[in-house]
Design a protein around this ligand. Sequence first.
Ligand code: FAD
Length: 387
Amino acid sequence: MPEVGPEDFSAILAHVRDFVRTKVVPREQEIMEADAIPGDLRKQAAEMGLFGYAIPQQWGGLGLDLTQDVELAMEFGYTSLSLRSMFGTNNGIAGQVLVNFGTDEQKAGWLERIASGEVVASFALTEPGAGSDPAGLRTKAVRDGDDWVIDGQKRFITNAPIADLFVVFARTRPAGESGPGIAVFLVPADAPGVEVGVKDKKMGQEGAWTADVVFSGVRVPASALVGGSEDVGYRAAMTSLARGRVHIAALAVGSAQRALDESVAYAASATQGGRPIGEFQLVQAMIADQQTGVMAGRALVREAAQRYVSGADRRLGPSAAKLFCTEMVGKVADLAVQIHGGTGYMREVPVERIYRDVRLLRLYEGTSEIQRLIIGGGLLREAGRRA
Ligand SMILES: Cc1cc2nc3c(=O)[nH]c(=O)nc-3n(C[C@H](O)[C@H](O)[C@H](O)COP(=O)(O)OP(=O)(O)OC[C@H]3O[C@@H](n4cnc5c(N)ncnc54)[C@H](O)[C@@H]3O)c2cc1C
């Protein structure tokens, strides 16, 4: 049973929709130009509980399950994706590692501050040469008395420049000896030896920041080892990422809906030869393809979220939803630019931003190729087991 019933959830959803559409949408240009989310929007998001909507109520969050999370994500997708990124790591990839694998002491130590937004948590898995293949990561954690000493370099870490806590994946033994040998540690950003690089210059999602993070002889106590076990790291990463994939798929649907709405509004008002371009059937066809993509994506996201929550499918469904919806939004955003003609190529037009913002969705939390490998490989392994 979800912690939040349907009535309360409807109110939360309506509040979020109103916040996104009346407070954030009008400030998209400002966010893009400043490459930052304004402080007052951050404050409002924190007051609404958005830093902890997916964290259980016991730890100060709103306690939404994934079927509810995706409804919010479809709203967040409607505006600059950097808004969602601001609290995305707390609720998602980083926060869920603690929720699902942390000890009671670790949860008590961090989750309430993560849920309130006092602490920003970052998920530090990717390294140079270990992105699609996280099992190849080289960051090492070596036991020294009661402590662990961490050395390595992480790349493209969302929220690193503003993080208070890094959820760091590190190897405690070579791969293959027995299991993947990957553990996960809670490393405060101010621990000696943690160095955050300069903010990356990205294609889009202005206002969301990433950077490299270098760990040089970073010493943490045994209590920083998530779950108190060296063996939970790989499973924790895969579990967090699978859940995150359904969420990213929902964001994609939200962005596609926005691109569609912008396209319909533009086609209804812009004219050529004195006629609205929406009267041209080739323009209508583009809008029809957008609408079809949005509807299919929304249905798939809802089904994948339900099957995730019921436990029926926590692997193939999330990958299928992410693959379809992130590819779909790429096409829908491209059509949106096409419908806008030359205007769509101009910086102040929302579809230009959407086109750049959504490109990332096909890359992180597993590229489209990796989703295909998970789906295709998974089905064949199942068939092999049945044979
Ligand atoms: C803006 C941004 C934010 C990010 N945030 C985070 C974060 O917060 N935390 C974090 O840990 N990481 C983060 N990442 C990293 C992201 O998850 C990786 O970039 C992504 O998983 C791809 O890895 P890679 O960049 O190493 O590319 P590669 O893995 O080198 O991929 C390059 C190409 O090779 C293909 N490829 C790779 N392996 C295979 C294979 N086995 N079969 C077929 N094709 C393959 C890929 O699909 C892709 O087309 C972020 C990245 C970006 C750009």
